[in-house]
Unconditional design. Structure first.
Length: 204
């Protein structure tokens, strides 16, 4: 396995090889599973060479966190993709559905995505953007702007609305993957998701 990956990346980007390995470790076990030594083994990279790309575990985990955020953005985009661009309400609701879908389908990456950032400094980092060039936070902002433009949200409620919506969605996500709601059967999870988004929409 390591030998095959070494061949794959021999003429490629060793940093990307390590990052890919770190992402897979996070996918399997969340942020605690992201260990530089194991990433070097999986990527087939000589340990000394690894430190030329990542100073240590924290640096690798930080890069994994940003990459996981980009994967979250792509899931949210996929949920919006079949919807008309002028259907602001449906596109807003799709973001919430995609956010919770990602948390449930990829709990390790979801935990990793929010493990490192200590503030909003990287909420708009290009490396965390989806295919359309927007991060999850920017996608949410764009959806709220769409509601405002469509007359579905009073202007006085727009400032800072991202944080309130995000808090509600993230709280539900944590309850579903790490809290007392993790044993809910899928139909009840779908109902809870719909009802939560209904509540958020009414609050806007």
């Amino acid at each position: 396995m390591a030998s095959a990956k070494r061949d794959t990346y021999r003429h490629g980007d060793l940093r990307q090889a390590l990052l890919d390995a770190g992402i897979e470790l996070a996918r399997e076990g969340g942020p605690d599973a992201v260990v530089l030594r194991e990433a070097t083994r999986r990527a087939g990279v000589v340990p000394n060479a690894a430190y030329r790309h990542f100073a240590g575990r924290d640096a690798l985990l930080h890069a994994v966190s940003l990459a996981a955020m980009a994967e979250l953005a792509r899931t949210m985009e996929a949920e919006q993709a079949p919807l008309p661009h002028d259907d602001a309400r449906a596109r807003f609701r799709a973001l919430g559905t995609g956010y919770l879908r990602f948390a449930r389908a990829q709990p390790g990456l979801f935990r990793a995505a929010f493990y490192v950032p200590q503030d909003m400094a990287e909420a708009e980092a290009a490396v965390s953007a989806g295919s359309g060039g927007l991060t999850p936070f920017q996608l949410l902002g764009a959806a709220l702007d769409g509601l405002l433009t469509a007359g579905l949200m009073p202007g006085e409620r727009r400032p800072g609305a991202e944080f309130l919506v995000w808090a509600a969605m993230h709280g539900m996500a944590v309850l579903l993957i790490d809290g007392p709601l993790r044993a809910l059967p899928p139909p009840q999870v779908e109902d809870a998701t719909r009802l939560l988004i209904d509540m958020i929409e009414r609050g806007l």
